[in-house]
Design a protein around this ligand. Structure first.
Ligand SMILES: [Mn+2]
Length: 527
């Protein structure tokens, strides 16, 4: 318990246990000696972008030149591509190091080899076999991996490569390397990987670095997101404030603006970039609102379906993933939100509920897939537009065959303690509970169940009035303040009634005033 609450950086595992790490170091040694320029093949999401920034900075410290290729979501899609390899080839690259991708790029790695380019894959996506044509496949999810922890983010694996390089090459001292941990925290939180084990160590130390970050781009972005007030940035600020801004670029115009923001050294340029990301995020939010409204209307037509498959011509597949996530919150059903493209294909993203694996489901309907795949709770798919109805039917069939409805748990089953009143909810308790932060996948925030709570006051707050600021009262007349993110509509429905609540207890600092507040996760009328 003590180790969990106060983890030690020294407890990170030996990086030399990563699979194929010696082969990778040997090839990188050669690159340093021959003064080669290394191509870093990344991804357009935050994990991929931070990994590129991290590796580029570390390589520079080790005296190794590098250039990056970030795929375009709309042109290349996810993973290594011929276009990216050609571009790196034209820049004189003889060695590519992938980050956050590559585990399924056997064909592309072979293509690179045919051009005389060696490839070191560093990745964290599911993998069956190490790649035959790669110099090294550094992926802790390999079946034969001896590395004790398999859940690092893509940037976490890239950081593992850097840690291993530190044992062999000069140029990056421990003190210097720790300034890379802001990027590791950003990626680990944004990629929604398990926050236990090594990821807890990396995130806790990473958040400390993040709060003292020397990157002008991150400083400027924090200012854009939260104004000038001094605040301690935590995992929620990253997940809901900074990550959406960094991701907005890749969803709308291409991820370069976000990468530049991470790497930028000039304050004035940083501010320009951060303002640009802020504007892109506002456009993203606007577009998302429109798609969500249209998709909700379509969802009503398929009210009987267990799996929702929704599609339209003008729903951008750069944004559909977030809309799918919001629909899952609303309907608690696995949901595909897809765009019909001009070439006769339909492409989109899916999000799921626990108990229905999208990865499994897509394997089941693979006859209809042009491309696609994914994890348990998130996936992507491209099919022929003429196949959409059959796709929907087969997914619903698979749901009926495979899902044990008793195993689908409700959010109301997931509380830690039921309390009958508010009297013990003080600052000291809130601070003790906060020692379990950062919360996330694998380490959810401790939640209390309250029944028979009276809503004394309800005020919509936030940019769109989405959030509910509340005053609540227990049966003994004790009041407490509360906030419910994205719950304003629900509270408006039973504004003066008695409700049941699921909530966490947090410290709230506002205008120099410190108090406790409940952070509401779910609400329903008292039955
Ligand atoms: Mn990733």
């Amino acid at each position: 318990m003590q180790k969990f609450i106060d983890p030690d950086y020294k407890d990170l595992h030996d990086p030399l246990l990563l699979p194929d790490i010696q082969a990778a170091l040997k090839r990188l040694d050669l690159a340093i000696k021959n003064d080669e320029t290394v191509g870093i093949f990344g991804d357009y999401d935050i994990d991929g972008l931070t990994a590129v920034a991290l590796l580029h900075e570390a390589f520079t410290a080790f005296g190794l030149k590098s250039v990056a290729f970030i795929p375009d979501r709309f042109v290349d899609g996810y993973g290594m591509s011929k276009r990216g390899i050609d571009e790196l080839h034209s820049q004189g690259v003889n060695l590519i190091v992938t980050v956050d991708c590559g585990s399924r790029s056997e064909k592309e790695v072979a293509y690179a080899k045919s051009l005389g380019i060696d490839t070191i894959v560093s990745d964290h996506h599911n993998i069956d076999e190490p790649l035959k044509n790669a110099v090294a496949t550094i992926n802790p999810k390999r079946n034969d991996s001896q590395y004790p922890f398999a859940q690092r983010a893509g940037a976490g694996v890239a950081f593992g490569l850097v840690q291993a390089m530190q044992t062999r090459f000069k140029g990056l001292t421990f003190d210097k390397a720790k300034w890379l941990l802001d990027l590791v925290a950003l990626a680990t939180i944004s990629d929604v990987v398990d926050l236990r084990g090594e990821n807890r160590i990396l995130t806790i130390y990473g958040l400390k670095v993040f709060n003292q970050t020397k990157r002008p781009g991150l400083q400027a972005l924090i200012k854009q997101a939260f104004g000038n007030n001094q605040r301690v940035i935590d995992e929620t600020d990253i997940g809901f404030g900074l990550a959406p801004r960094l991701n907005a670029a890749g969803r709308l115009i291409g991820a370069e603006t976000a990468l530049k923001t991470l790497l930028c050294k000039e304050e004035a340029e940083a501010e320009k970039l951060a303002i640009k990301l802020n504007q892109l995020n506002a456009s993203r939010r606007q577009e998302q609102r429109v798609i969500f409204k249209e998709a909700s209307a379509k969802a009503a037509k398929f009210a009987e379906d267990r799996v929702l498959v929704l599609h339209a011509k003008n729903w951008s597949h750069g944004i559909n993933g977030i809309v799918a996530a919001k629909l899952v919150e609303t309907y608690s059903k696995p949901t595909f939100v897809m765009q019909d493209l001009d070439d006769g294909t339909t492409k989109g993203s899916a999000r799921s509920i626990s108990g229905f694996s999208l990865g499994q489901a897509l394997k089941e309907v693979k006859r209809l897939l042009i491309s696609g795949g994914g994890h348990e709770l998130a996936a992507g798919a491209t099919i022929k537009t003429t196949d959409v109805d059959e796709f929907r039917e087969q997914l619903n069939d698979f749901y009926d065959r495979s899902v044990d409805s008793t195993k689908i748990t409700s959010v109301w089953d997931k509380y830690d303690l039921q309390l009958t009143d508010f009297k013990d909810l003080n600052l000291e308790l809130a601070e003790k509970i906060a020692s379990l932060k950062p919360y996330g996948q694998g380490n959810p925030q401790p939640l209390f169940l309250f029944t028979n709570v009276k809503v004394v006051e309800h005020r919509p707050v936030g940019v769109d009035g989405d959030h509910a600021k509340l005053k609540l009262q227990d049966t003994k007349g004790t009041n407490i303040e509360a906030i419910g993110f994205r719950l304003s509509t629900q509270f408006a429905e039973h504004a003066t009634g008695q409700v049941d609540l699921l909530a966490g207890l947090e410290k709230n600092e506002f205008n120099g005033r410190v108090n406790v507040q409940l952070v509401i996760k779910a609400v329903k009328p008292k039955l």
